[in-house]
Design a binder for this molecule. Structure first.
Ligand code: G16
Length: 541
């Protein structure tokens, strides 16, 4: 039976970089999830439509799925394709949206943020192209959430999502589907599985850390079953509601066990980790960490070695704070390079218009036009394909890359849990001073340009302002300041640091040493200590 429930707006249901992300208990609060989902359906329309639904399996994922299904039915949706146990990795959801030509999808995830009753939950909407909703749509959802007065929900028993099959909820059909199969099949069309299988057969050892999050079943099926990697290659392979207490963010700090193994004596040939919802990746060679910006550049330079990309690149795109390493590859290949604001949604138009093939971000996101999300396992597979064809180690491939293109030393420093007001004041003061910075010298570095990044989408003409403050100290050397859009507590200040070296000397320096002057200058320019009280970051990647 369909019910219409009276409600009233709840403050602050404003989607950030990647959907609406809040503490789980907030999402579990009275009408909270329902208000947001109704606002979403009111904006995108549900009548007669087909959606994909799934999430990363974190705490409340199962309950939220039942609520969303009942609301979809009450709002007149025709069909929902839902992952078994309400599980779908973000890239797999993007693929299912496209494969089934649906009207979009709802993904329940707070990505790399921890899960559990006292941790984080999130909901995001992806468009019929499989990509995150653009700002105009999320703004409209927010506006709707500020005026909502009722929501519609079906009163019914829980739908059995524990095995594949079809169900009926009112006039709506529900198809429960294996979350892994279609995605794994897609990967087989893109990469040379025979070559990778031969690599493993010859004794190549890999460690994949799924961090007790959604990629476990995907990684086991692809690496161990289809590619023949040794059983046990995938660790932390069981998705758990609290991610086993892990912080499922694949970076050297949070994937420290993997780092330790890869830097140790009996290290495997290749290591990788992925995040809560499977869209992020970190790759590590034996004894060598690959920064996401360098990974993007190496993948772009070698992508033609994978069968799905043998025609080469149409172009590349990176988020503004990502290092310029991939731009050098694009210049070498004579293809376009686009610089977008942070957030995968900004790549969507470029991918849809066929202007770019590969995209990436410093925040451990890499992907291509095969879906409209970043895709952690895709990046790992592309690395494996390259390693299998080149028959070189990760460190040899990186060394050759730096030799050819020079090296963009890069690091991101995060200052977490900063007082939001103080963080805003710091940005206001910095923005105020931008025009006066050029010509001034800090820690021996002279500012050549300073601005607040604004983006004009070349495809639809939309524009986005205030996307991060850039202070440039000549060719390839810069500091970028941005506030995170994915945190749920206080503010997180992100400081992105980059210095280019053409070599041949100095290509093997430690990034923190190579960046020492940029770090000093960046602190001085924004008076980070004065505003936030912090002298050193909480996380360095
Ligand atoms: C999300 C977006 C990414 C973006 C990241 C930025 O990642 O999908 O495209 O780079 O946020 O995070 P922040 O605003 O904290 O710097 P995810 O993996 O959380 O979906």
């Amino acid at each position: 039976m369909k019910s219409t429930i009276s409600t009233s707006p709840i403050a602050g249901q404003k989607p950030g970089t990647s959907g609406l992300r809040k503490k789980t208990r907030i999402f579990m609060g009275h009408h909270y999830l329902e208000n947001f989902i109704q606002s979403l359906f009111d904006v995108v329309g549900a009548e007669g439509k087909t959606f994909v639904l799934g999430g990363d399996g974190r705490y409340f994922n199962d309950r939220a799925a039942q609520v969303i299904l009942r609301m979809a039915a009450a709002n007149g949706a025709a069909r929902v394709i839902v992952g078994q146990n309400a599980i779908l990795s973000t890239p797999a959801a993007s693929h299912l949206i496209r494969l089934n030509k649906t009207d979009g999808g709802i993904i329940m995830s707070a990505s790399h943020n921890p899960g559990g009753p006292d941790e984080d939950f999130g909901v995001k909407f992806n468009m019929p192209n499989g990509g995150p909703a653009p700002e105009a749509v999320t703004e409209a959802m927010f506006a709707r959430s500020c005026e909502i007065s009722e929501y519609h929900i079906f009163e019914a028993e829980d739908v059995d999502l524990s095995r594949p099959g079809s169900h009926q909820l009112g006039g709506m059909r529900i198809d429960v589907t294996d979350p892994v199969a279609d995605y794994a099949d897609l990967m087989e069309t893109l990469f040379d599985f025979n070559a990778i299988r031969a690599l493993f057969k010859a004794g190549f050892r890999m460690r994949m850390d799924s961090m007790c999050a959604v990629t476990g079943p995907y990684a086991r099926e692809i690496f161990e079953t289809r590619l023949g990697a040794a059983p046990g290659t995938v660790i932390n392979a069981e998705p758990l509601p609290d991610f086993g207490g892990m912080h499922p963010d694949p970076n050297p700090t949070w994937a420290s066990d993997l780092m330790e193994e890869m830097m140790g004596e009996n290290a495997p040939d290749f290591g990788a980790a992925s995040d809560g919802d499977g869209d992020r990746n970190m790759v590590v060679g034996r004894g060598i960490y690959v920064s996401p910006s360098d990974s993007l550049a190496v993948l772009a330079a070698n992508i033609h070695l994978a069968p799905g990309y043998k025609a080469g690149l149409k172009g590349v795109a990176r988020s503004m704070p990502t290092s310029g390493a991939v731009d050098r590859v694009a210049a070498g290949l004579g293809v376009g390079a686009y610089e977008t604001p942070t957030g995968w949604k900004f790549f969507g138009n470029l991918l849809d218009a066929g202007r770019v093939t590969i995209c990436g971000e410093e925040s451990f996101g890499t992907g291509s036009d095969h879906v409209r999300e970043k895709d952690g396992l895709w990046a790992v597979l592309l690395w494996l394909n390259i390693l299998a064809v080149r028959k070189e180690s990760v460190s040899e491939i990186l060394a050759a890359h730096f030799q050819k293109y020079g090296r963009n030393y890069y690091s991101r420093h995060d200052f977490e849990g900063v007082d939001s007001t103080r963080a805003d004041q710091m940005f206001a003061a910095l923005r105020e001073r931008l025009k006066t910075l050029p010509g001034q010298t800090f820690a021996g570095l002279t500012v050549s340009e300073a601005d607040d990044f604004a983006y004009h989408d070349p495809v639809d003409g939309s524009s986005s302002q205030k996307q991060g403050v850039r202070v440039i100290f000549g060719e390839g050397t810069r500091a970028v300041y941005r506030l995170s859009g994915t945190g749920t507590e206080g503010a997180t200040l992100r400081l992105y640091l980059e210095a280019y070296s053409q070599g041949p000397d100095g290509l093997n320096e430690d990034p923190q040493s190579a960046l020492a002057d940029v770090i000093k200058a960046a602190h001085k320019i924004a008076d980070i200590q004065g505003f936030t009280g912090r002298t050193s970051p909480d996380v360095i990647t």
